[in-house]
Every structure is written in structure tokens, then in C-alpha cells.
Write a protein that binds this ligand. Structure first.
Ligand code: GLP
Length: 261
């Protein structure tokens, strides 16, 4: 299936390889840019099919180029219901730069002129009540598409290793690895978050994952080679009732790790 020539790339969206591993569809591209563009196209196709889609948007560096591609496509997304995956406890989306609600508002909702967006409130007095509120919203607006990145230890949203697979929206203690990653990125130390749980993610009609680079590829490989286990949160995507709804967009550096399993 590899028809792509690096020297004479006439098509910026050229797919390098498409394969199925552990029942999951993989779409692999040579560069991050191509991967991001293909991921954005996938989101835009969902919106074209159903302009009123309920979409849960991931945040993080991986998604910056995906959403900027999406915005440049000039689609009409005004009727989408936007959700997001997670938020640090104690952050105020009006003030704190690391807020994920702020990320989704400024990089997705406002530029796409989405009229209806539901945010997790990191400043809620009772975070457990806030989790319940968001859980009810997700039940009222069943997710058509959830967009995921992969974090340290194979976390999806903020579901760290050891998170029970049967959890919905909940308060999560972040792993030392995640806390350190954020500190290394120059963010204030945050040790707790509100997050959609594994159950919210796997209930989505469509699940997409985006990752670039060998390091993320290795994390995913670890989740896809061992047992399906709460110790490897992303491994839940392999379970037989979930895998057919999952598409992974990745660059060749991440792909090398996945093709070898
Ligand atoms: C973060 C978020 C995830 C995100 C992942 C990858 O901690 N909780 O929702 O998808 O980790 O982030 P990045 O793309 O910045 O590496």
C-alpha cells in the first residue's frame, strides 16, 4: 500500500501505510503535518456527516496542529456540541494558561464559532459534583466522536495507570510522571484533575487517536502488546467491542513501533 515517494510528494495528504493491528485501524503518514491534516480531515468528515455532532476534544501539544488544520478547512461547525476530556483541579480557564477548557475555547470553539460548548470547571467548589454534572451532560449528548492523544504511561484523557476501566467522569490523581512532564513544560505543579473516564471514552460512536514520534509510539506499543489491563489505560481501546470503532493517526516514527508488533 506504500505508494508514497518522499522526494516527489505531489499530495500533502498522501497515506504512507494503512493497516490493522489488534483489530484497530492505523493510518500512517510520513510527517507530523500530514498526520495532523489527515486527522483534521477525519474530524471535518464527521461534522459534514452530522453537523450536530457531539464531539469531545482532546487538548495538548499534539492537537495544536490538528485544530489549526481544521480551522483552515473553513467548515461550518457552528451546530457542533463541544466537550473536552479533562481539566486540572484549581485552574481558572479565564486566567490560567494551562487550562484545558481555555485551550478548547480558544483553539476550537471560538475559531469554529461553535455555539454550544460544555466545559469542566476546575474551580468548582465540589469537584465530585462537577464530575457528576459533566457525566449527566455526556449522557444527554452521547459522544459521536472522541479525539484522544496519548500521555505518559499510556494515559488517555487523564486516566492514569491503575484507573478502573469502569469509571465515568471523576477526580483523578495525576501520576508523578505526568506531574513532572507538566513541570518540565513550564507549567505550575498540578496533582489532580477532573477527567472523562474510560467508560465515557469507550461509549463514543467513533474514537480517534493522534500521536507523533517514537516515544509516543513506544508508549502505545506497550499498551498494545501486553494484556488489556488497567495498568495500561490505552489498552482498553483493543477490547473487541471497542477496537472496530478506533482509528489511530500517526507519523512514521510512531508507526515503526506499531508495525513491529
Ligand atoms: C495530556 C492530556 C491528554 C492529552 C495527552 C497528550 O496530559 N491529559 O488529554 O491527550 O496528555 O498530551 P500532548 O499532546 O501534550 O503530549
Amino acid at each position: 500500500m506504500s505508494t508514497f515517494s518522499r522526494e516527489s510528494d505531489p499530495n500533502p495528504l498522501a497515506l504512507e501505510k494503512e493497516y490493522r493491528t489488534r483489530g484497530i485501524q492505523f493510518k500512517e503518514f510520513l510527517t507530523r503535518e500530514q498526520t495532523a491534516k489527515a486527522a483534521a480531515t477525519h474530524i471535518s468528515e464527521q461534522i459534514a456527516r452530522n453537523p450536530q455532532s457531539n464531539i469531545s476534544f482532546a487538548t495538548g501539544e499534539t492537537m495544536v496542529s490538528v485544530y489549526s488544520e481544521l480551522i483552515h478547512m473553513g467548515i461550518n461547525a457552528s451546530q457542533v456540541q463541544a466537550f473536552h476530556l479533562d481539566e486540572y483541579l484549581g485552574v481558572n480557564s479565564q486566567i490560567d494558561k494551562e487550562s484545558f477548557a481555555r485551550f478548547v475555547r480558544s483553539r476550537v470553539v471560538e475559531p469554529l464559532r461553535i455555539q454550544q460548548a460544555f466545559y469542566l470547571d476546575g474551580t468548582a467548589n465540589n469537584p465530585h459534583d462537577e464530575a457528576k454534572r459533566y457525566e449527566l451532560l455526556l449522557q444527554r449528548y452521547p459522544t459521536d466522536l472522541v479525539i484522544l492523544g496519548i500521555g505518559p504511561g499510556g494515559h488517555i484523557a487523564f486516566n492514569e495507570a491503575g484507573t478502573p476501566f469502569n469509571l465515568g467522569v471523576h477526580v483523578q490523581q495525576l501520576s508523578p510522571e505526568t506531574v513532572q512532564r507538566d513541570i518540565d513544560r513550564g507549567q505550575p505543579k498540578r496533582e489532580y484533575a477532573l477527567t472523562q473516564g474510560p467508560q465515557n471514552i469507550i461509549r463514543a460512536r467513533q474514537i480517534m487517536v493522534v500521536l507523533y514520534g517514537a516515544q509516543k509510539g513506544q508508549i502505545l506499543q506497550d499498551c498494545f502488546t501486553g494484556p488489556i489491563s488497567e495498568q495500561f489505560p490505552a489498552s482498553i481501546l483493543r477490547s473487541s467491542e471497542v477496537a472496530p470503532r478506533v482509528t489511530v493517526f500517526l507519523d512514521e516514527f510512531a508507526g515503526k513501533k506499531m508495525r513491529s508488533i
